[in-house]
Design a protein. Structure first.
Length: 557
């Protein structure tokens, strides 16, 4: 048998072995110096960082500046202990820069050094070209109005195949999300491509597909912007960055990264203060509920809770409460994670996981003699206990809980250790809510109600106190789609609500440690209107559709 020698294959194998040996050595040095190791071939290089050193200086010292976000810079070292490397680090620190060192291989350094030609050969390059530009984001946001526009812009940049496309793609993705009023941006790696989706009015919408090579660079850029570790891919990371759109408007973006089967998955949550500036009267509460809530807001003490899953509008409701009661005569303190909307005249504080938790923030706030306290979320017994006691000692307390219904809030608080007897004296109101999309007024289509749907609606209201609130039972409306609503059939969102107010009967029941079902049964005789009943009223009023309501609540008993 004759063995055929494949020289090309053999050389390729030797090159791979040499590369592995080089990277293994860099990782050993990383352990020796206790400095993170990095493979720079997986990172998009910031030419603004390269400008900090000349190519000659970088090559002579075997270093490479590769990222710059504000005054924070990342520098790659072949050997950080050399005199030249140390001198460069000190010189940059003397300029007020915060240097984060990384150990890399010579191959990684060569990868960065090759980018110096981009600075010298391209006259169009300007400082910060690989950092996202607020000016460009504002400009792009005015140029897109549909998901099709965003897709076309991204695909146009990808087709150009220029070295600067990664940061421009980030700008387009963020600008498109802002223009379309998306609440989240999702980047989801699949086997052969990566799916980009926006959450628009609470529903995930496909935008485009990205190739895996582009996503690899995009991921590193997002990590750099968010202050996350580039060399960590096997564990979850959370970060944030901000975009200043004007002197009065700053958008904060929270980054969540999870390891996945094919690559890390990214979700960027957009905290746009403009979306939170909703007046209480515009939330979508029924007139009778709104009047009762306003009455509760003017109590001198007690606790008002909003409940629901993430993204159900709880924070927006709390902010509308604050704006409704805010006057120069009262002191309001908030403990938030994070501060999403700034209100003049209110003391707003932000949670820090290590130093300033909801619990110790509450303790500190009580020393400031407030009239009203807003706690972003009650997560544990300690925070719940302090908040309950604050409401019992002359303070009005607003907060949120993660429960599926208003009735579920009471068993939840008892489960985390709150005494049921104290609970009935402290909690005055619990509001549960969901958000449904509103039908586009320009294209919604009227349809007759079938006997089956009519029967379903009547079952919902069989024991309801809101039967008289039904506007009619002959027709409803459904989504059609037009250019105004980007052919989705919906434009904007509105809340559906249910609320439980403390009463002597409920106070008595709470002493027996009831289930949420027990509380709901009691509410049937107390003019209680459930979320699904509120939703059906909005369907019959032409505000939303049956399919949209069934997306967020179950109409079946």
């Amino acid at each position: 048998m004759v063995t055929e020698f494949n020289e090309e294959k053999q050389n390729r194998r030797l090159a791979e072995l040499r590369k592995k040996e080089e990277e293994d050595l860099a990782q050993l040095l990383s352990s020796k110096y206790a400095i993170d190791y990095l493979d720079l071939s997986t990172v998009s290089i910031n030419t603004d960082a390269l400008r900090l050193l000349s190519e000659k200086e970088a090559r002579e010292a075997n270093v490479a500046p590769f990222t710059k976000v504000g005054s924070n810079i990342g520098i790659a070292f072949l050997s950080p202990g050399t005199e030249k490397a140390q001198n460069i680090k000190k010189r940059l620190e003397q300029k007020g820069l915060v240097v984060t060192p990384y150990i890399v291989s010579k191959r990684s350094l060569e990868w960065v050094w090759r980018r110096y030609k981009d600075i010298t050969e391209t006259s169009e390059v300007h400082a910060g070209v690989l950092d996202i530009s607020s000016t460009d984001i504002v400009k792009i946001a005015t140029e897109v109005s549909t998901t099709k526009d965003v897709r076309a812009k991204i695909e146009g940049v990808l087709a150009e195949k220029k070295g600067y496309r990664i940061s421009h793609i980030v700008e387009i993705i963020v600008a498109g999300a802002l223009a379309l009023k998306a609440s989240d941006i999702h980047l989801e790696p699949e086997e052969k491509e990566v799916r980009l989706r926006y959450r628009l009015d609470g529903v995930l919408t496909d935008i485009t597909l990205l190739d895996t090579d582009t996503y690899r660079l995009l991921l590193s850029r997002i990590k750099l912007l968010s202050g996350l570790k580039l060399n960590v891919s096997a564990q979850a990371q959370d970060g944030r960055f901000s975009i200043t759109l004007s002197d009065e408007l700053e958008i904060e973006i929270r980054t969540s990264i999870l390891p996945g089967a094919y690559n890390e998955s990214v979700v960027l949550r957009i905290l746009d203060p403009r979306s939170l500036g909703v007046q209480l009267e515009d939330l979508g509460m029924r007139p009778d509920l709104l009047a009762r809530i306003e009455k509760e807001l003017h109590r001198p003490n007690g606790m008002i809770l909003t409940t629901g899953p993430t993204g159900s509008g709880k924070t927006t409701t709390l902010y509308s409460f604050l704006k409704k009661i805010h006057t120069p005569n009262i002191k309001i303190i908030t403990i938030e994670d994070p501060i999403e909307y700034h209100i003049a005249g209110i003391v707003q504080t932000q949670v820090d996981k290590k130093k300033y938790t909801f619990a110790n923030g509450l303790r500190s706030a009580l020393r400031q003699d407030p009239d009203v306290i807003m706690v972003g979320e009650i997560r544990d017994n300690e925070a719940a206990d302090i908040a309950i006691n604050a409401s019992l000692t002359g303070h009005l307390v607003f907060s949120t809980l993660h429960t599926n219904s208003a009735a579920g809030a009471f068993p939840r608080l008892i489960d985390i250790g709150i005494n049921a007897k104290i609970l009935s004296s402290a909690v005055t109101t619990v509001i549960a809510q969901r958000l449904v999309r509103k039908l586009c007024p320009d294209c919604k289509r009227e349809v007759s109600i079938t006997p089956e749907i009519k029967e379903k609606f009547m079952e919902v209201f069989e024991t309801s106190a809101a039967k008289d609130a039904l506007p009619q039972l002959e027709h409803m409306w459904e989504a059609a789609g037009c250019s105004t609503c980007d052919h989705s059939g919906y434009k904007g969102r509105i809340g559906i609500y249910e609320a439980i107010f403390m009463s002597p009967k409920l106070e008595e029941l709470l002493r027996e440690n009831p289930s949420s079902r027990d509380i709901e049964n009691l509410m049937l005789g107390e003019n209680f209107v459930s979320m699904k009943e509120d939703g059906v009223i909005k369907i019959l009023s032409g505000i939303t559709s049956l399919s949209e309501l069934e997306r967020v609540v179950t109409l079946d008993a």
